[in-house]
Each structure stands twice: as C-alpha cells, then as structure tokens.
Design a protein around this ligand. Structure first.
Ligand SMILES: C[S@@+](CC[C@H](N)C(=O)[O-])C[C@H]1O[C@@H](n2cnc3c(N)ncnc32)[C@H](O)[C@@H]1O
Length: 258
C-alpha cells in the first residue's frame, strides 16, 4: 500500500507553505522532486530549499529527484497530454518500486494547489488502472491532498483586489482557450493561466481592466495593472524582457469588465 500525499506548496514564497504541508513533508518516507529542465531550475531550487529548511533533523524522509518526461509538441494537444501523463505515471511507479518496495508514505511537492491546473491527481488515478494492472505494476494507493496557496490567490493578494466583482462569478481559463474562443459571453471576470504570451490580444481591448503578475511570491515578482487598452503593450514588452533575462516565465492575470 502506498500513501501518496500531494502537498500544495504555494507558488514561490516559502512563507506561503502551511503547517499542514510541513507536517506532511516530515511524515513522508520518500519525497519525489521533478526536474523540469534547465530553464526552470528555479522551481526545483525552491522545492530543494523547502526540503532543506522544513525537514526536521529527526525525520527519516528520503528526497529523490527525477527527470520529468517531456510532453510531445504534436498538434493533437489532448492526446499528447494523455500520453505524457502515462509516461509520468510509469516513472512514479518505477520510483516507488525502487525506493519503497514494501510500500509506505510518498510525498510530492505540488506547485500552488493540487486542484488548480495540475494533473497530479489525474496521474495518480492511473496507477490503479488497467494499463498498469496488465504490466504487473499496479499500486494500491491512498491519496491525501494538502491544500496550498494558488497563483490566483498570490495575484489578488499582490494587487490587493478581490477575485470576484460584487456577487459576480469568475471564470478561470487558459491562454490557449481564450485565444480559441474569445471572451466567455456571460463572464464579468476572467482569470487566465498557462498563457504562452498575450492571449488577451485576441480580445477587443476596450472596456477591460487587467491585473497581471509574473513570478508571484518570488523576489523577481512583477505586477502591472490598468485598462487593457493602455497597458497591453507594456505587459507584452515586460514579459518578453523578463523571459529573456530569467530564461523562463510564469504569469497569470485577471481581466474584468470595468
Ligand atoms: C500548471 S499551472 C499550475 C497552477 C498551480 N497549481 C496553482 O495553484 O496556481 C501553471 C500556471 O500557473 C500560473 N502560475 C503558477 N505559479 C505562478 C507564479 N509564481 N506567478 C505567476 N503565475 C504563476 C501560471 O499561469 C502558470 O502558467
């Protein structure tokens, strides 16, 4: 039996890690840290730092790093993601079999919160599925979720704004979807994640306010806000310059009809 803890760690500020996360880190016998390639080395660095600072001397937690398989860049996006999740699940199973052959407690440090645009839960579900049963790799699994502070919370806190307008809903979507489908017809507020850059350009610019944030919670945090028509070009320029300087970027924004 494997007890898998998906531990939300916030999005870059070590002070956002909860007491429940610290408890879960220390209870794990094995922590698996994904390496996502050189450009995003800051992300593994933060995970390493949390392990170094938060694991108590008495804890018997072993920390093991692994290379995350790469997603195929083919046009069939959902098919490529499906195959990618299978590949990650296989790596997880191998690591668990190697480091915890008798079963035990495994923890994964999940960026932000595991419920928001994160596939760890979907990958974990595969471990008990048909494909692994056939390969003799099936894992009996109990999953625990430790909630973390999301990038959206880091964004609204940094800008000191509420997420929703008074009594109004908020729609959370991706840059890809915003480009493909435009402004969701009945939404007042739209939060956009996973944007490869400037999906808001696909929208009519008038009548929208944007609150944009990159590297939220980190020393290099950058914030811009204002009427979209006034600040869109500045955001695009700043985003390109920051990406050039740091080698990677993560940004998120809230758009509101105001
Ligand atoms: C794969 S999703 C993970 C979201 C995460 N689970 C959460 O709770 O925020 C990655 C996206 O989250 C947003 N994001 C995560 N961390 C961020 C940060 N520190 N600053 C700005 N955006 C961030 C970006 O939109 C990025 O493309």
């Amino acid at each position: 039996m494997i007890h898998l803890s998906l531990i939300g760690i916030g999005t870059g500020n070590p002070e956002h890690v909860t007491l429940a996360a610290v408890r879960a880190l220390n209870q794990a016998e094995l922590l698996l840290l994904p390496r996502k390639g050189e450009a995003k080395s800051d992300l593994i660095d933060l995970r390493r730092l949390l392990c170094r600072d938060l694991l108590e001397a008495s804890s018997r937690t072993r920390v093991v790093e692994f290379d995350l398989p790469c997603r195929d860049a083919r046009a069939d996006y959902l098919g490529a993601v499906d195959d990618w999740h299978d590949a990650i699940a296989e790596v997880w199973v191998d690591l668990m079999a190697t480091h915890l052959p008798e079963g035990g407690r495994v923890g994964m440090l999940i960026w932000g919160d595991p419920s928001l645009y994160d596939s760890s839960l979907r990958i974990a579900e595969r471990l008990g599925g048909e494909r692994f049963r056939e390969g003799g790799l099936q894992v009996e699994l109990k999953v625990e979720i430790v909630p973390g502070i999301t990038s959206l919370q880091a964004l609204t806190a940094a800008h000191r704004i509420p997420l929703n307008a008074l009594a109004e809903p908020v729609l959370i979507t991706t840059g890809r979807r915003l480009r493909e489908r435009g402004w969701p017809s009945d939404a007042e507020s739209v939060a956009v994640m996973l944007d490869s850059g400037g999906a808001f350009q696909a929208l009519p610019q008038e009548g929208l306010t944007i609150w944009w944030g990159a590297y939220l919670g980190m020393d290099k945090q950058c914030l811009i806000d204002g009427p979209l028509v006034d600040v869109a070009a500045t955001i695009l320029e700043r985003r390109a310059a920051l990406r050039e300087r740091h080698g990677w970027i993560m940004d998120v924004y809230l758009l509101r009809r105001v």
